[in-house]
Design a protein around this ligand. Structure first.
Ligand SMILES: Cc1ncc(C[n+]2csc(CCOP(=O)(O)OP(=O)(O)O)c2C)c(N)n1
Ligand code: SF4
Ligand SMILES: [Mg+2]
Length: 304
């Protein structure tokens, strides 16, 4: 499959309120193409609620249910049940930010995963509460500047896809807006399965990460090529690397982490001597992550 083979039809129309180079609007565009526009979206507060506009105008050609921050997965469960009662076979897709997923929406997400609700939950991860002014979230990596971590975040980020995979759901995947075909294929595969599906989409945000809007794809690719972001699937408990991440457990194949960090203003302070420890800690986390992936693959890929 190539980008040219994607459907020409657009389901997320231009002229909306996103910043230039916005990864959320890119992802929504690909999601519409992957599912052919036949689905319902559930969206909690975040940049997407701004991008979708105010009634009666919207760039979305699919219906959207806006819902309180903590309740996305619960609302999607109810919506799916209502469709089933009416014999409507319509996929229900949650589209939530990292704040709305790994922090505020985590209990509803966990509940829906444990109940095995037949929904697809997508977290677009721009690694902070961007819509309200770039506050740190549980998904912000160590060392990153945000307005609430002015000297760099001190804590390690949460591994949300693994938390969801530990619920033993049929499908969990990571993806990146920089690799649209990989993302589209994962959305299609998820939609073909019954039960709870989860995709965690890396979404480099020019506004919050401090890089020019023309570089969204470059930054996303650098995240994957340096091993900072890993593309994988966990299908029925079995881990598999996908696309550009395949084989990157070998450090010799990965680009230096600095190639990713230096593209972004939010990591600029890491190159001062007094902050070097955060850079070293971040590198250690990346290496640890790959060692764990390698060990899992060497014993056949079974995670759960
Ligand atoms: C219960 C509640 N708390 C706080 C807010 C304010 N709020 C709206 S959007 C947002 C940030 C959301 O961050 P994230 O989920 O990461 O999405 P992003 O804005 O990054 O797209 C916050 C804190 C709210 N709407 N509701
Ligand atoms: S802050 Fe980032 S995610 Fe939000 S609309 Fe702007 S570019 Fe998109
Ligand atoms: Mg966010």
């Amino acid at each position: 499959m190539s980008v040219k083979s994607l459907p020409k039809e657009e389901y997320w129309l231009p002229g909306h309120a996103a910043c230039s180079g916005c990864p959320a609007s890119l992802g929504l565009r690909m999601l519409g193409k992957a599912l052919g526009g036949r689905f319902a979206l559930v969206v909690p507060a975040g940049c997407t609620t701004v991008i979708q506009g105010t009634f009666p105008r919207t760039p979305s050609r699919v219906p959207i249910l806006n819902i309180a921050f903590a309740a996305s997965a619960a609302a999607a469960s109810g919506l799916k049940a209502a469709f089933e009662v009416r014999n409507l076979d319509v996929p229900v897709v949650v589209w939530a930010g990292d704040g709305g997923t790994v922090d505020i929406g985590l209990q509803a997400l966990s509940g829906a995963a444990e109940r095995g609700e037949d929904i697809l939950y997508i977290c677009y991860d721009n690694e902070a509460y961007q819509n309200t002014g770039i506050q740190r979230s549980g998904a912000t990596p160590i060392g990153a500047w945000t307005t609430t971590t002015p000297f760099g975040k001190r804590e390690r980020r949460k591994e949300a896809p693994l938390i969801v995979a530990a619920h033993r759901v049929p499908y969990v995947a990571t993806a990146s807006v920089a690799y649209p075909l990989d993302f589209v294929e994962k959305v299609k595969k998820a939609a073909s399965k019954r039960g709870f599906k989860y995709i965690h989409l890396h979404a480099p945000c020019p506004t919050g990460w401090r890089f020019p809007p023309s570089k969204t794809i470059e930054v996303g690719k650098a995240a994957v090529e340096t091993g900072m972001w890993v593309l994988y699937e966990v299908e029925n408990g079995l881990l598999k690397l996908t696309g550009r991440s395949t084989g990157l457990w070998d450090p010799a194949k990965r680009k230096p982490l600095e190639d990713y960090l230096k593209l972004q203003g939010r990591f600029a302070h890491l190159f001062k001597p007094e902050n070097r420890w955060m850079l070293e800690e971040l590198k250690k986390h990346v290496d640890e992550n790959w060692s764990r992936i390698r060990a899992t693959l060497e014993r056949g890929g079974r995670l759960f």
